[in-house]
Design a protein around this ligand. Structure first.
Ligand code: MCA
Ligand code: AMP
Length: 506
């Protein structure tokens, strides 16, 4: 049986007694032990009725066992659907039913809230807690430590990752075995990964960055990961002397810079720092170099495409740019309306083609068609220039998107909820500079005639409906939203007006 991802990422390690993970408590997990665990988990999942092609949703805290669910899903030929642990039951409900998931694995603390979701969807619910306990682990105990991988080819689906959109409705990006494998291969080559590498892993594993970029690169090369539950600067500092590389969103770097323990000496053992998911300020890049002597390597990607461009490993890493196209990825900067390439140095939308680009949005053929050009290029919605050396500089977004701490937040989703609140006439949600998260979410609403709106009540009203990271930190009530002559809300004016919400001194 061949199974594209299993054969490349997992099978070579079945008898590898070398370290795969170093956990927070310092204990080490070998590749062989990890694969045995994933086989037991696969048997438990099969016992719950999961067949090749079925979607398996996981909303759990980061743990060895949660990562084993990913490996198990790949070897079973299931489609892995990781969910942000901050999503509310209402959000999970949408994903589970939209994807017709067969199995939902969640923390026991959310089980009672999510039971109606799985009942409605006809799915099985198993639990997995941050400490590895739960019904999944109970069912996996004593199962065989081998599991024959299901037949899967390059074009078979490996994962659904949900991304929100300008319509407010999240879309399941369908990623194939070849999408993931080709990108991991490109990154190993571009970033010189080898089995000697020890990656400091403090990202969540429910998004592309922590799962496919970081984890798949290590699996492909046989290196190891110091696998931390989340971003804790003390842990990063304590572990850095044993690591060779780290991947993070810009907040990782600004928080490290805010700590005096970040020195040349601390990073002596490191060979590479990678940043992505959100813009890294040129200032952060320069400050980091001044403090450590190392230049952060910034790269650019998207859930739908995996990684597209990267600053060079050996060549010049230019602050403020996202580098050049990765091997095997075609990138062009095009006129947004026509898809015609613009002249060198002109602003256009980034379009991408290659083995890395996803299959489309689950059950949304029209939406998928809209996002591709006739010649197969995917329209990212990011605005950029490309210079004569091929370096791409992102200058803005054609899509209405906020990125806070590396998480994407689509204003439309929040605006639709604010508009439902009694007394709200209309709303606009914007991102403004935030010193820690890059951008912070601000809501702006107008009141219906005679209605009196209260910020705290508006904020409380969103609490059960939206993941905390999406909730506006401030909501301002104003008389009227500024509009252009076409009647479109001028968010740029609102962004100016509320620019200092999170940065104002005093
Ligand atoms: C936490 N909070 C946030 C965020 N994270 N609010 C807005 N944006 C966020 N990103 C809120 C919590 O709800 C809580 O609110 C308070 O901040 C503290 O929460 P805590 O969990 O302690 O926060 P933290 O541990 O300090 O986390 C911040 C973080 C984390 C380290 C920046 O968000 C993170 O790891 N981000 C990485 C996201 C990522 O992996 N993105 C990649 C997407 P309160 O206290 O008020 O209740 S993949 C992608 O984008 C593409 C493909 C790519 O190119 O990589
Ligand atoms: P996601 O939908 O979570 O995959 O986020 C993808 C989006 O994150 C891209 O379309 C960009 O807008 C943004 N992004 C990712 N990497 C970078 C980067 N290095 N600089 C600026 N924006 C980035």
């Amino acid at each position: 049986m061949t199974n594209t991802l299993y054969d490349a990422l997992f099978r070579p390690h079945e008898a590898n007694e070398g370290t795969f993970l170093v956990l927070k408590d310092g204990s080490e997990v070998s590749y062989a032990a990890f694969l045995k665990l994933s086989a037991r988990v696969a048997h438990a999942m099969a016992g719950a009725g999961v067949q090749p092609g079925d979607r398996v949703a996981l909303q759990a805290r980061k743990s060895l066992e949660a990562l084993a669910v990913y490996a198990a899903a790949m070897r079973m030929g299931a489609v892995f659907l990781p969910l942000n642990s901050a999503y509310t039951a209402a959000e999970v409900d949408y994903f589970v039913s939209d994807a017709s998931a067969k199995l939902l694995i969640c923390d026991s603390a959310s089980a009672s809230a999510l039971r109606p979701v799985t009942d409605k969807a006809g799915a099985v619910l198993l639990t997995l807690n941050g400490d590895g306990s739960g019904t999944l682990t109970e069912r996996a105990a004593g199962q065989p430590e081998i599991y024959a991988p299901a037949q899967r080819g390059p074009d078979d689906l490996a994962a659904f990752l949900y991304t929100s959109g300008t319509t407010g409705r999240s879309k399941g990006a369908m990623l194939t075995h070849d999408n993931l494998l080709s990108n991991a291969e490109a990154l190993v080559e571009a970033w010189h990964f080898s089995k000697e590498d020890v990656l400091l892993h403090a990202l969540p594993i429910f998004h592309t960055h922590g799962l496919f970029v970081a984890t798949n690169v290590i699996l492909l090369t046989g290196g190891s990961m110091i696998f931390l539950p989340g971003l804790d600067i003390d842990e990063l500092v304590a572990n850095m002397p044993r690591a060779t590389t780290m991947m993070g969103v810009p907040t990782f770097y600004t928080r490290l810079l805010a700590d005096p323990r970040l020195t040349r000496d601390l990073v002596r053992h490191m060979r590479l720092f990678v940043s992505g998911s959100a813009p890294l300020l040129a200032e952060t890049h320069r400050d980091f170099e001044a403090r450590t002597g190392m230049r952060i390597l910034e790269r650019y990607g998207m859930t739908e495409t995996n990684m597209n461009t990267s600053n060079p490993y050996d060549g010049e890493r230019r602050a403020g740019t996202v580098g050049q196209p990765l091997p095997g990825v075609s990138v062009r900067i095009a006129e947004p309306d026509t898809g015609k390439p613009v002249a060198t140095g002109e602003i256009g939308v980034i379009e991408v083609k290659g083995r890395n680009v996803f299959k489309g949005y689950w059950n949304m053929p029209e939406k998928t068609a809209q996002e591709f050009r006739a010649d197969g290029y995917f329209i990212t919605g990011d605005l950029a220039t490309q210079d004569a050396d091929g370096y791409v500089t992102i200058v803005g977004r054609a899509k209405d998107l906020i990125i806070a701490g590396g998480y994407n937040i689509y204003p439309k989703e929040i605006e639709l909820l604010l508009d439902e609140v009694p007394g709200v006439e209309e709303s606009a949600v914007i991102g403004v500079p935030h010193p820690d998260l890059g951008e912070g979410v601000v809501g702006v609403v107008t009141a219906r005639k005679g209605a009196i709106l209260d910020e705290t009540r508006l904020l409380d009203g969103l609490a059960s409906k939206l993941a905390r990271f999406k909730q506006p930190r401030r909501i301002f009530v104003i008389d009227e939203l500024p509009r252009n002559t076409m009647g479109k809300v001028q968010k740029n004016l609102l962004r100016q007006r509320f620019a200092e919400t999170f940065t104002a001194k005093g």
